[in-house]
Design a protein around this ligand. Sequence first.
Ligand SMILES: [Zn+2]
Length: 206
Amino acid sequence: MQIERTENENHKVTTYLPKGEIKAVVAIFIGHSVEDGGAYSPWMELNEYAYNNEPAYNLGVGLANIGYKALVYDRVVAGWKGWQPMCDDLNQQCADLHLMLHFNCYNGRARGTETLYFYASKKGYKAARIFCNHIYKHFNTHKRGAKPLTYGERAYALVAKPKAVSVILEAAFGDNKADAQALIEGRPTYHDALITATKEYFGDES
Ligand SMILES: [Zn+2]
């Protein structure tokens, strides 16, 4: 495996290149940014960015070990301006699959895994279902399912704009005590569930 790092004022990209032929290109976004960490889990004492950092890099390494080119996007600045240059970059990289790592927070009682995709994308729906299945089983939480995002809905551009099949992965609810506990316990092996899901999505039986 070869590792390359690039950095600009918006984001850092770590590229993991496999040895030999590349099966597909997978982009991994760490939800939110250094500047704005997203939702905060009082049970974990972590925000989304902090929680998902380690699984994202582990996923990059794990995918490259089995023949995928993986790019981990790590945002330095918050907001839309910070995201657009990364979307352009993603399109330039010809990513096939684009995974955005997040967790939910709501009222402390809601729990479970949900995945969000662009309503018009059949491949997005397929990927969202596969990832939801593997993630909810990994964390042993509820299956909330694959949910379509349409024009004008919050975050729809994140799944609609990139050419890559794009899915937002809301692993569980960080403000729910049981989910938060599962997120902590399952964090060291979370990337394994995501690798299994990636292989299933690409029909990779290796
Ligand atoms: Zn988030």
